[in-house]
Structure formats: structure tokens, C-alpha cells
Ligand binder design. Structure first.
Ligand SMILES: [Zn+2]
Length: 194
């Protein structure tokens, strides 16, 4: 399936999710290859199959706190793109992301006071949010978090676009598209960056 067609399917699925007219509870299991690869946050409130109202088998989902594209996630996505021929990759950030929130909090602390258990996540997210901490919105907690979530999502898109020879060759010759989006926990709406 072409990336554009897959993207249209996800958008109309999210519209059904927002309106409450779900298809996935009644449709049988899909026997086709996954139409999209999702890199999403581990947060329990963001299950991609439900958010996009897709049936079993339709989405290949990689979940990790803060939807970061570390080498393990990139390898997993490369594998899915190669094995299934799936042509759309979506990085799905979400409002109120605790991983991004924790990163902003940790970066305010002196290094010796930071939580070791969060170090790996913080180091992955930090490059995408460091500049925002020095910007004019740094004093506005809600605006800072929203901007950091968007920036972190786009950073993962950039990593997938440029840090993988496999994905790069699929983009150039195979019609692979990699897009970012943010899910709003309150409205249920997914906004794509396009
Ligand atoms: Zn999250």
C-alpha cells in the first residue's frame, strides 16, 4: 500500500475514534501486511491500534518511553520495512508525555541529583529540548512541555529519515514516507506534521 493511502486510512481511523463510531470491534483480523509502522510512547493511554481504529494485524507497533528513535528502535523499524514492505512510518508523540516531562525536570537538577533510572531516556530526549530551556517559553510550563513534545517527535522523525541507510534507500526508491504526529489525550485527535 502506498504511504499516502496508508496515511489517509490512519486519519479516517482517528476521526472514527474521536467520533466514537469504531470499526475495529467488528472487523475481523486483517490478513494483509501491516499498513503502517508506528513508533509510539509506552504510555498506557496511547494504544495506536485504538487511536487509529485499526484492526489486528494492520499496525506494526514499536513502543518506547518518549517515542525516541534509539538504535534498537531504528533496527526494529528497518526490519519491519524490509520484511513487510510497509511504506508508512509514523512517529506518534502525545500531549502530557511523562518521559518528556521527566526530562525537562531532570535537566533542571544538578547532574549529581539526577535519577539514574531515567538517564537513558533523558539523554535521548535532551538534544531535542535543550534549546527550548534557554528560549522565551522556558518560563511557561505548559507551553514548554507542548513545544518539547513536538520537538522530540520531530527529532525522532529526523533520526529515522537520516540515521538509517536501509530506511533512506526505501525512501529514495521505494516510496517510504516517515511522518510525525502528536496525539491529544483530551480530544483524542491526532495532528500530523506535514
Ligand atoms: Zn509518553
Amino acid at each position: 500500500m502506498e504511504a499516502g493511502t496508508a496515511l489517509t486510512r490512519l486519519k479516517s481511523g482517528n476521526e472514527r475514534f474521536v467520533s466514537g463510531a469504531l470499526a475495529s470491534m467488528t472487523e475481523r483480523e486483517s490478513l494483509e501486511a501491516p499498513i503502517a509502522i508506528l513508533l509510539a510512547c509506552s504510555d498506557a493511554k496511547v494504544p495506536p491500534e485504538m487511536v487509529f481504529d485499526q484492526v489486528l494485524g494492520d499496525l506494526y507497533v514499536v513502543r518506547v518511553p518518549g517515542n525516541v528513535a534509539a538504535p534498537a528502535q531504528i533496527a526494529d523499524i528497518e526490519h519491519a520495512a524490509q520484511s513487510f514492505g510497509t511504506r508508512l512510518v509514523v512517529v506518534l508523540g502525545h500531549s502530557g508525555c511523562d518521559a518528556v516531562k521527566a526530562t525537562l525536570t531532570q535537566l533542571h537538577l544538578p547532574e549529581e541529583e539526577r535519577d539514574e533510572s531515567l538517564a537513558a531516556t533523558v539523554e535521548r530526549i535532551r538534544p531535542a529540548v535543550a534549546e527550548l530551556l534557554e528560549s522565551a517559553i522556558a518560563g511557561d510550563e505548559a507551553a514548554l512541555l507542548a513545544a518539547a513534545i513536538e520537538s522530540n517527535t520531530l527529532a525522532a522523525v529526523e533520526h529515522l529519515l537520516h540515521d538509517s541507510d536501509v530506511l533512506e534507500s526505501h525512501q529514495q526508491s521505494g516510496g517510504l514516507a516517515i511522518v510525525g504526529a502528536v496525539y491529544d489525550l483530551c480530544s483524542g485527535k491526532v495532528s500530523f506534521f506535514e
